[in-house]
Design a protein around this ligand. Structure first.
Ligand code: AMP
Length: 437
């Protein structure tokens, strides 16, 4: 009997796993440079957390959550997103009483949604996201949008489209919902069953419908922009003015409503089509939330955040041939005979403690095969230990790029490798410059 992954899940292994790590490291260190700090919250949460935050009119809560009773009869859910858990952690740990505002968090890890698997859509997928919580200014929204945009630039996405909308404040939402109910009243009988449910639960969601015949009806629905309160209108105009000032391109789509109930005011999605023309769906999305912290038992504070889908980033970078460079090792150690194995292990240990990554050939492979393996691992140096070297307490170091080789005494090995690595990095930079010029 052979076992396979559960539908909608996938193994992330070897080069793909290396690429995920590199992508996440770039995103983490960039968020870190804005003062965001890491939050690692549990993957299981009490189901009520998501009913309260993501909202019982959302597709996620209605159809997609992995919910089960644990042995203590508690209703537990595998998190479908990380914002709710992050805010819960901020409230539980009383971060709003003793931290400067905004409290800035970033996270990375898996989420679970029982969706129909498809291109760029999985049932277990990874997100990197941030939350900036406790300050209501539209400038904090701008900061987070700018972070999303520059993170993607840093990863090599040069033509990101930011789709932007405002849902307005509570007053706006209520007035707009009434207008939508009025408009859809005479159409709803002819719309899909999902829209019928949305009509009763949250008519804003109807705008998100992907059914072609419904889209025709939605096209003429009242425009959110006409229902904005004066405060929300001014807030959105201010936000746009700063985006213009920072030369961050965006495109306003008044039908963008997002799938989670907690958003108000500005919401956005990030899109990018791979060079092969493949659209994996939004690569990221986010927005402002005015009531979420209060809803989850904290003070009445606003926040703003976004999440990027790591699978989608990876797929596009792979299609575009722009994945961050794969894993390479510094040295490949080649003992020429069984009796040199223990010396090789000893060298490897000294190298690793001094910050050099290395692998040892312990399989007795021929010198030719050892060099092939070193090349496949992208090693900078081959370290050969033969009879002579063993007798001299030395090692033969071969630079794999230039084929230069030097016998180095064990006592001088780290110093030698430090200098040679520096030279090698300069050589790489020189090569890069040549390519650019
Ligand atoms: P959301 O939490 O729905 O706002 O989604 C934020 C981002 O997570 C999306 O823009 C996608 O990049 C990613 N994402 C959401 N759902 C999935 C999924 N089922 N499979 C893969 N990525 C997803």
């Amino acid at each position: 009997m052979e076992y396979f992954v559960v539908k909608g899940t996938h193994d992330v292994i070897l080069d793909e796993a290396d690429a995920y790590t590199s992508i996440e490291e770039i995103l983490r260190s960039h968020a870190d440079s804005y003062g965001f700090r890491e939050f690692r919250t549990p993957i299981i949460e009490n189901s009520q957390l998501f009913l309260r935050s993501v909202g019982d009119s959302s597709d996620i809560v209605r159809k997609e959550m992995y919910t089960f009773l644990d042995k203590g009869n508690r209703s537990i859910t595998l998190r479908p997103e990380v914002t709710a858990g992050t805010i819960r952690a901020m409230v539980n740990n009383k971060l709003f009483s003793n931290q400067d505002f905004p409290v800035k968090a970033y996270y990375t890890g898996p989420n679970f949604r029982y969706e129909r698997p498809g291109l760029g859509r999985y049932r277990q997928f990874n997100q990197f996201g941030v939350e900036s919580v406790g300050a209501d200014s539209y400038l904090r929204d701008v900061e987070v949008i700018e972070l999303a945009y520059s993170s993607l630039r840093l990863l090599g996405f040069n033509d990101v489209t930011i789709v932007l909308n405002t849902l307005g404040d509570e007053e706006t939402k209520e007035n707009y919902k009434k207008a939508l109910l009025d408009y859809f009243k005479e159409h709803i009988e002819n719309m899909c069953s999902d829209c019928k449910e949305r009509y009763n639960l949250n008519p804003l969601r109807i705008l998100d419908c992907k059914v072609e015949s419904d889209k025709e009806i939605i096209k003429d629905a009242p425009n959110m922009m006409d229902y904005l309160s004066a405060a929300s209108k001014a807030r959105f105009e201010n936000l746009i003015a700063i985006l213009d000032y920072l030369e961050i391109p965006y495109h306003i789509d008044p039908t963008l409503v997002r799938g989670l109930d907690y958003y108000s005011e500005s919401v956005f999605e990030l899109h990018y089509v791979s060079k092969k023309g493949i659209d994996y769906g939004a690569i990221g999305a986010g927005g402002h939330y005015s009531n979420l912290v209060g809803e989850l038992g904290g003070p009445k504070l606003a926040g703003v955040g976004f999440a990027l889908g790591i699978e989608r980033l990876y797929n596009i970078l792979k299609d575009d041939n722009s994945l961050p460079t794969g894993r390479k090792i510094d040295a490949y150690i080649m003992p020429m005979d069984e009796k040199m194995n223990k010396t090789a292990l000893q060298f490897a240990s000294v190298l690793r403690i001094n910050g050099f990554s290395c692998e040892v050939n312990l399989e007795g492979s021929s010198l030719k095969n050892c060099f092939k393996k070193a090349e496949r691992r992208g090693a900078t140096f081959a370290l050969i230990i033969g009879e002579n070297e063993l007798a001299n307490e030395s090692v033969m170091v071969k630079k794999l790029k230039t084929h230069e080789q030097t016998e180095v005494k064990l006592d001088n090995l780290i110093e030698y490798l430090d200098a040679a690595s520096f030279e090698d990095a300069n050589l790489d930079e020189f090569e890069e410059e040549k390519i650019i010029n």
